[in-house]
Structures are given as C-alpha cells and as structure tokens.
Design a protein around this ligand. Structure first.
Ligand code: SAM
Length: 232
C-alpha cells in the first residue's frame, strides 16, 4: 500500500497524563478495567504516571527504538521549540485548561521529565518501538487504544489510506474501543479534518463511530474526540 508523507516533521512531544484524562474523557475507575495502549505516545506522561500506579498501560512510538540519550535529546529539543512556537500566541489558543502559557510550559516540562526517566527504566517493556499502520501486537492484546495528536491533526502529510489502515490496525489489536483526539488539523481554522466524515462512513460496517465532546480545550475546535467501538 502506498502512503504519502511530506518531509515536514511530526513533533515528538508529550502531553501530561491529566491532559490525556481530559482529552479522552477517562477516569481512574474506567482505566482500572482496561489494558490500554497509548499509540503514537511520544514523550507523554500518560504511561509513566499510570504505569507506576499499577495500571496496565503500554506506549508505542517509532522513536522508542533510538535509545535513552537520543530520545532524551529529541524530547528536550522539541520541548524548547514548542516554547518558542507558543511565545506570543496567548490570544490564539484557549487557555481554559492551563490558564496561561507559563503554566502550560511548566506542566509540559514535568511531563517530559517523567517520560524520560520512565523510558530509561522501562524501554522495551512499557515503551515499544512500532509504527502505524502496522503494530507489533497480537489481535485484541489491548481493550482500549488511545491515539492523540497524530491522526486527523497531520492530515496534510498522512494521507487518507494511512488513516484508514491505521485505524483498522488499532481495531485489530483492541478488543473494545479506540479513541482518537483531536479531530481538527493543523490549519487552525477550528474545522474538523475532512477525513473525519470519510472514516465514519468507511468504518460503518465494522464499528460504531461516535463524536464525543470533551472538556479539554487548547487548539481552536479541539473539544471533540472520536470513539470507535468494535462491533462484536
Ligand atoms: C505530536 S506527537 C503526540 C504525542 C502524544 N500522543 C501527545 O498527544 O502528546 C506525535 C507522535 O506520533 C509519532 N509518530 C509519527 N509517525 C508515527 C507512526 N507512523 N505511527 C505511530 N506513531 C507515529 C511521533 O514520533 C510522535 O511522538
């Protein structure tokens, strides 16, 4: 299958565990009953925080194969680039979740550190190298798969076939539900990616697709996630 990718990079960033809980409308009680995969997890602190509390969580990212020093360096590089990118953007994002950019930077820095320290210990255990649209997992190995800030967001460089195949693959390794956030792309006009409607139609025979409003706010229009429940 041919996929089209542009040369523009995809950020290796890490949102915090508390951001994940809000983006995906999760609660500790709900997660206790799931084997959860964070697919395209980057330097997020979702897996470090919950893994250290005994939750069954696994993170996947193509960059996890690079080793501690390289992953640490890339996390820090992207973190500082993010700070520069957000300088002077106070009027362009919704600060409802963080209140202000200073708070966002402090929180994301903490998340990044949690990830780097945990990756050092659990590389190859909780942190698995892999790349959509093919995952190195068994059928139904997880009951819940989360994918944030990759699909739909980068619809200018990841084509429709890649989206369809990646979601199909996440459904293969998941027994119950796949959740994707956000549904907007990088253009910043607040409109859903034009792939959202096509995916909903194309999955209709194998899954129940629902667009769910979430409390999380940051990107314009970024208050919705896609919930894909497998037909059993
Ligand atoms: C913007 S980051 C999002 C990280 C995290 N999910 C979050 O929301 O904070 C996008 C991540 O997708 C990863 N990625 C890029 N191509 C991928 C692919 N084909 N399959 C899985 N992950 C990929 C990148 O390495 C990067 O860590």
């Amino acid at each position: 299958m041919a996929y089209s990718f542009s040369k523009d990079k995809i950020w290796f960033l890490g949102r915090g565990c508390h951001e994940y809980m809000s983006m995906f409308k999760l609660s500790p009680g709900f997660l206790k009953n799931h084997r959860t995969l964070d697919c395209a997890a980057g330097a997020s602190s979702f897996v470090p925080v919950l893994g250290n509390q005994g939750y069954m969580v696994t993170a996947l990212d193509p960059l996890y194969g690079r080793g501690y020093e390289a992953v640490k360096e890339r996390s820090i590089d992207d973190f500082y680039t993010l700070i520069q990118a957000h300088t002077g953007m106070d009027d362009k994002v919704d600060w409802g979740f963080f209140q202000n950019s200073k708070n966002m930077i402090e929180e994301r820095m903490k998340s990044c550190k949690k990830f780097v320290n945990d990756y050092k210990v659990f590389k190859g255990i909780r942190y698995i190298e892999g790349r959509l649209p093919e995952l190195p997992f068994n059928n139904n190995q997880f009951s819940l798969t989360l994918c944030s800030h990759l699909l739909f967001l980068y619809d200018d460089r990841l084509d429709y076939q890649f989206h369809l195949d990646s979601i199909g693959e996440m459904l293969r390794v998941t027994s119950e539900e796949v959740r994707i956030y956000p549904l907007v792309n990088l253009q910043g006009d607040g409109k859903k990616s034009h792939f959202v409607g096509r995916i909903t139609d194309d999955l209709a025979s194998e899954a129940e697709v629902e667009i769910v409003e979430v409390d999380y706010r940051f990107r314009k229009g970024g208050n919705e996630m896609m919930k894909i429940k497998k037909n059993i």
